[in-house]
Design a binder for this molecule. Structure first.
Ligand code: G
Ligand code: G
Ligand code: MN
Ligand code: NA
Length: 254
């Protein structure tokens, strides 16, 4: 309860921050997207990882106002970058399973895009495989709604859950994000390499994009390029950073 109150105050006192991490196309070498990742700038404990407070936010329901804050902030930031000419690219926002169950989430997204005057095509929503498969029929309905708004959808942490191929074809999705637990094992674990290879083939057959997460080394990168992975994200390029720092990184990269 104490932590819950502290988190509620963090939202009110504007102690939440978004960090941003680039996604790079392996075909063009360009930055094609930026993922927004939340942090809590705690006055005593410093930067707190979402792993420490998202579960609590989900249990307490605080994830709804926090998730909306993330959407508002990421959309505003993207609009700002678009106006500065640091584009084209998408901003990717993580959605929690709890937000997926919120009845009017598509309405909220539509309204926030309208208020910020950001075209829907610049927004990508990430839903974990586990969240999508926990209530697949509901997910189908929501993904249909979001798809008709024009936002794109990525399935996050792919390979760690239990997707059925039947659902994958019924979900209106644009991208699969290969979980970093597989990428980390490139070069050391053949099974992980086989799984990555299969996910890439699967996305190609389904006409989806693939992003590999957690790319840290040249070896990871070469393997992924050779297998035909479309996009990569990871410390090899940049850690998640505050907006100003990622802007500087973008200017240098371009
Ligand atoms: O950035 P980092 O590796 O610390 O993120 C840890 C976990 O927190 C990841 O699984 C990520 O998806 C999740 N996460 C980061 N930001 C958000 C957010 O805004 N909303 C939700 N629901 N999860 C987030
Ligand atoms: O939303 P998702 O579960 O994909 O969260 C991504 C998480 O992975 C974030 O916490 C981010 O900080 C972290 N991350 C991003 N790139 C790397 C990387 O190259 N290596 C490691 N170990 N973690 C990464
Ligand atoms: Mn993610
Ligand atoms: Na992930």
């Amino acid at each position: 309860v104490q932590m819950e109150n502290a988190l509620r105050k963090a939202l009110e006192r504007e102690q939440l921050r978004l960090f941003y991490q680039p996604q790079i196309s392996l075909t063009t070498g360009k930055v094609v997207g930026i993922e927004a990742l939340i942090r809590w700038q705690h006055p005593e404990f410093g930067l707190v990882s979402p792993m420490e407070f998202i579960p609590l936010a989900e249990e307490s329901g605080l994830i709804l106002p926090i998730g909306e804050w993330v959407l508002v902030t990421a959309i505003q930031q993207m609009k700002n970058w678009l106006d500065q000419g640091i584009a084209p690219m998408t901003i990717a926002v993580n959605l929690s399973a709890v937000q997926l169950r919120e009845k009017n989430i598509a309405q909220i997204v539509r309204q926030l895009l309208e208020e910020a005057n950001l075209p829907a095509e610049y927004l990508e929503l990430e839903l974990t495989e586990t969240a999508a498969m926990s209530e697949p029929e509901k997910a189908i309905e929501l993904l249909d709604e979001l798809h008709s708004l024009g936002v794109s959808i990525a399935i996050d942490d792919f390979g760690t859950g239990y997707s059925s191929f039947a659902y994958l074809t019924r979900f209106k999705i644009n991208k699969l994000k290969i979980d970093q637990s597989f990428v980390r094992r490139i070069g050391t674990h053949t099974e992980a390499e086989v799984i990555i290879d299969s996910i890439i083939s699967l996305t190609q057959s389904l006409n989806l994009k693939t992003v590999a997460e957690g790319v840290e080394t040249e070896e990871h990168l070469n393997f992924l390029r050779e297998k035909g992975c479309g996009e990569v994200q990871g410390y090899y390029f940049s850690k998640p950073k505050p907006a100003e720092e990622i802007e500087n990184w973008l200017r240098e990269y371009i």
